[in-house]
Each structure stands twice: as structure tokens, then as C-alpha cells.
Design a protein around this ligand. Sequence first.
Ligand code: MLT
Length: 411
Amino acid sequence: MARINPNYSKLKAGYLFPEISRRVRVYQSEHPDLKIIRMGIGDVVLPIAEAVRTAMHKAVDEMGTLSGFRGYGPDLGYDFLREAIAKEYKARGAHVEASEIFVSDGSKCDTGNIQEIFATNASIALTDPVYPVYVDTNVMAGRTGEIDAEGRYAGIEYLPMHADNGFVPPLPKTNPDVIYLCSPNNPTGTVMTRKELTAWVDYAHKSGSVILYDSAYEAYIQDPSIPRSIFEIPGARKVAIEFRSFSKTAGFTGVRCGYTVIPLELEGTGLNGNKVSLHALWSRRHATKFNGVSYPVQRGAEAVFSADGKEQIRSTIGYYLENARLLREGLLALGFEVFGGENAPYIWLKTPKGVDSWGFFDYLLNEVQVVGTPGAGFGPSGEGYFRLSAFALRETVHEALARLAAKFHKS
Ligand code: MLT
């Protein structure tokens, strides 16, 4: 008798994005002639930068020679990539050592897996709405009770973000062991200011919490006063872990590469009240469960930090941000209340009065064949909101806006 992990039965429905794809597939099979515009999942569409491709080709060729062939790579990533990343942090005024960087296959996996190094009964706080991976992985690990009628799991402290508080999460009330934050935020597209982030770091020092800071979208920050890393904030090295990704920065959603930074001085508390290095725990976990990112991919990632790579990537990010600007302004002109999209590739809008977020999803799919992501899929406070991704070709953005204008024009 193979008994299953009963925590899985607490999960509500399927994971958000496959569920959206399923609904879109059903609709498309019933309406094969209609062209559906997909702005749901944040998946990049522009090709990989030339500097990155060239570096990958070269690395593949090296692998075809006796002297250049490489088998298993170093556990935590090749030094050439970890050093390039650390150099970039330093250039931006954040203290991160190469030895504190763990190269991985992306921040979805890292933000999902990191909870393994905390106690099985560790208390969790997270923003609402939130990237569903943080919630679901804690449910799977048994850190929560059942879900209630509104979609909140017992045992998690939800920190609501909505238009009335400017999407700034309130500080927790429960002194949680672990706090998940994300800026630029997925899904709201809003960013945390230096002052707000400083308040979180100060709070974590007082409460003893560890902040899990997801900055997968940092490359989209245009405002120089907004921190791109939590390690720009004094004191953060003692309270935070940061996750970053090449996915949205450099078009790696299919290539897969990301990294996690755990400062050497960051500690958790053991069973006897003893202090334990979280870096050491994650190293142990990484070495046991992960065999690294392929050499050609790590060489490609390294090229992201070259002069050519930086310039080419800036242009791609500029393209997506221009899409975001067009969407923002187009939707505002149609009378929607719109948030985000200035330092992030996501637009967060209020659904029309009286229409809930899945209702709006169905309406847009059926009436104009535009797919977005219903806010309720990101948590109860996402109800009444809807996310559109700016990862699209320019003509797609124009067409989506034209279709929306046909339905929502102001009279
Ligand atoms: C999203 O659409 O929220 C992201 O693409 C999901 C992810 O990065 O895993």
C-alpha cells in the first residue's frame, strides 16, 4: 500500500497557469478559426540575445573537443558565472560574494524548494496576492491547514495588498519564521521603495524572521531610486535570501538558469536554540538534489553581463516595457483602473464593476479572445483584479488593445 502525501489533497484545483491553458485549449478546440491572444503566463517571446547565443555556441563546440569537454560541473555553479554575478552586485552597491551565489535552473524551483531548509512547523507570512509557488509548496510540505471558502490556508499569515494600501504589504502581526516578498511584484507589477524595504529589514531584525526576497524582475526597474536587490539595504545580509533569474532578464524561460544568494552570516535556529548557517543547509540540499546547470547555459548566462550582452538585453527589456506602457495608457484611456507596468512587465487592472476576476477572464476569452490571468488565482486579495503580461510582440499588443477598445470604448 503506497500511502500518498495527504497535504496534496489540500491544494485547490490545478496550478494556476496549466489551468488557464486548459481552459484556453478547450475554447480553441470549440472555436478553431478564432485567433487567441495570449497575455496570461509571463513567457518571453523575443529571441535570445546574440552575445548569449554566441557564448553558448562556443561552449557547445568546446564540449566537442577532448580538452574542452566537461562532465559534472561544480555543485554551486561555475566560478566564471558566480564571479560575474558578484561583480554586477558590487557595481550596484550591494555586497554579495561569489561564494554566496548558488546557480540553479531558475527561481521558480528555488523559491519553491527553499522552504525545505526551514522547520516543518515554521510559520509563514506572504503577501496576498502572491506568486502561487510560495503558497503551494508550503501546503505540499504540510505547513498549513485546510483552505477556507475565501481561499486562505489555515496557518499562513496573509498580508493583503490592494489599491487602498497602494499595494504595500503591512508588516506581519505574528512574528513569522519566514516571510516571502517579491519586488518588482508578480502579479501587481508594483515595486517596493527603499524606505519600505528598509522597514522590512528592520522588522526582520526585531522578529528574527528570514525574508525570502524574489527579485526575478529586477532588470525591469527603471527608477534609479528603487532598490534592485534587498542587499542594497543595510543589515539585509543577516536577514535575507534573494532569488534572481535569467528567465525574464535574458529570455531564458526555456533555457533555464537562475541564482540564489545566501549570505554567509545568515543564520537560522536549530532544535537546541543553536545557530545554524542557512548557506550550509542550502549547500547540502543543492549537492544532494541538484546536479547543476549545463556548461553551455552557464556560459550563455555569463555573457548576459558582457558589454554586448548588457546592451542587447537592455534593448529587449526596453521593448517589453514599451509594451507595458502601451497597455497601461491604452487601458487607462478605456477607463480602466491600472497599476504596475512602469518598473515591471505586468499590468494589474481592476475588473469592471460587478465582474469577478474569473468572470472577466471568461468574458475576455469569449468576447475578444484575449487571455490574461484572473487576480483571484494569485490569492483572495487578487479578486476583482486581472493581470496582463507585456511579454508579447508589439503587433499583438496593438491588436489586443484594439479588440478591447471595441468592447470598452468610453461613450
Ligand atoms: C508568471 O506568469 O507569473 C510567470 O511566468 C510564472 C513563472 O515565472 O513561473
